[in-house]
Design a protein around this ligand. Structure first.
Ligand code: GLA
Length: 416
């Protein structure tokens, strides 16, 4: 049992997610995704595009809610992407067609404005705003986007969109690419333009991902160390639940972490340890000290997880992952009944090394690590178990550690 026992959040705002963008109906074939944006680009703009950009989503193996505390995280970019076909324009307009939403938006580089109602277009204008704020000259371009990262599932579809826009705009405008600096701009767009106070993990993972590897990121120095993922399968388990108002709950957790650090005389929780927390616990409320306890122990778990991966010890890695989930549920209070149910179903499976919620939580996805070759049995059993518990149909699928954002120059061909 975890020592923490936070007051439960009201769970009434949970939405049961049954939209057409449900993962099961998504096209998981990367090549088909590329073909689709190329075709639409040709149809809409009557020329062939100049380049193709792809930016991956991510799962976080361990190290949750540690990034904005300057701690350690261990995410990996996954083989689910936001892809974009793009071509230069002569003016300073960016015209974007979303294949998935069947919508269009235009961004005037010289008159950037947020949409009245928050929309996907804000991630585009926000990324351009961040580039300009950094002193970059951005040229106009046309583009068509499509993706197979489910929205709002905790797999960082918005970070992938930001990194794709930054990669595209840099390529078109001749701006040198630096994976860390660009990830910082993606984060800046999200913090200051979109208004979500996220850390750097999602953008840096989408930017720096490496095939076959997870990334140990030190969020204080922003150093990225690729760590080979052992011979196990990583599964995404979409609970088919989403929750409104995640941003305000997220920002509240961030504030609580800052308060806890302040009470210990620190500027962030990176320098805290359990001894210091125990000394200061009495001057914090229970929720605040529980948040700090999670972060302190989670940072240690990340480093232990890296060691377990180095020693090719999936059982140890799995135990740490279960512990992380417990702590997010009981100390940090960002799990949900659906996430807990799917993790509990996973625990019953002998082939499962470990499972936990991933990303911001409150709904969305969990991950499981399983023995190779046992994935289908795991998917069948966990789906049945979860459906029995909740009446909901989950989407469970295998994902692979993948490379980060990439741009491919296309040879010009005449469109018929
Ligand atoms: C979201 C944020 C990240 C990180 C996680 C929680 O994904 O965007 O920066 O804080 O939540 O670990």
């Amino acid at each position: 049992m975890s020592p923490c026992n936070s007051s439960r959040d009201d769970q009434t705002a949970i939405i049961h997610y049954k939209e057409s963008r449900d993962m099961k109906k998504m096209d998981t074939d990367f090549h088909k995704l590329n073909k689709r944006v190329l075709k639409t680009y040709g149809k809409k703009f009557e020329v062939s595009p100049d380049a193709l950009v792809s930016a991956p989503g991510r799962v976080n193996l361990i190290g949750e809610y540690t990034d904005f505390n300057r701690g350690f995280v261990l995410p990996m970019a996954i083989d689910r992407y936001l892809v974009m076909a793009l071509g230069k324009r002569e003016d300073e307009i960016i015209r974007v067609i979303s294949e998935d939403f069947k919508e269009e938006t235009s961004v005037d580089i010289n008159a950037l404005a947020k949409k009245e109602k928050h929309s996907w277009g804000d991630y585009i204008s926000g990324s351009i705003w961040a580039l300009k704020k950094n002193g970059c000259n951005v040229h106009g371009f046309n583009c068509v986007i499509s993706g197979n990262i489910p929205v709002g599932a905790g797999l960082s579809s918005s970070a992938a969109l930001e990194m794709a826009v930054l990669r595209a705009a840099s390529w078109i405008s001749g701006i040198p690419w630096n994976q860390t600096e660009m990830a910082k701009l993606g984060q800046l767009a999200e913090n200051r333009w979109v208004g979500v106070n996220c850390g750097i993990m999602d953008q840096l993972t989408s930017s720096a991902g490496k095939k076959g590897h997870a990334l140990l990121i030190d969020c204080e120095t922003l150093s990225v160390q690729p760590c080979p993922v052992p011979e196990i399968s990583v599964l995404v388990m979409d609970t088919a639940t989403r929750r409104n108002l995640v941003a305000s709950a997220y920002n509240e957790r961030r504030q609580q972490c800052l308060t806890a650090a302040g009470k210990m005389g620190l500027s962030s929780l990176r320098g805290a340890d359990m001894a210091l927390l125990e000394k200061n616990r009495s001057c914090m409320d229970a929720d605040t000290s529980n948040r700090a306890e999670h972060v302190i122990k989670e940072n240690i778990r990340v480093l232990d997880a890296v060691q377990a991966m180095e020693k090719n010890d999936p059982r140890k890695l799995g135990k740490l992952i279960y512990k992380s989930h417990e702590s997010l549920r009981d100390c940090f209070d960002v799990s949900s009944p659906a996430l807990n149910d799917i993790v509990e179903c996973s625990m019953e499976e002998p082939a499962c090394f470990g499972a936990r919620m991933t990303g911001a939580g409150f709904g969305g996805c969990a991950i499981a690590l399983t023995e190779k070759g046992k994935e289908q049995e795991f998917i069948r059993n966990v789906s049945l178990c979860y459906e029995k518990k909740t009446g909901l149909e989950p989407a469970i699928y295998v994902c692979s550690p993948s490379d980060g954002v990439a741009v491919k120059t296309l040879k010009k061909s005449l469109m018929s």
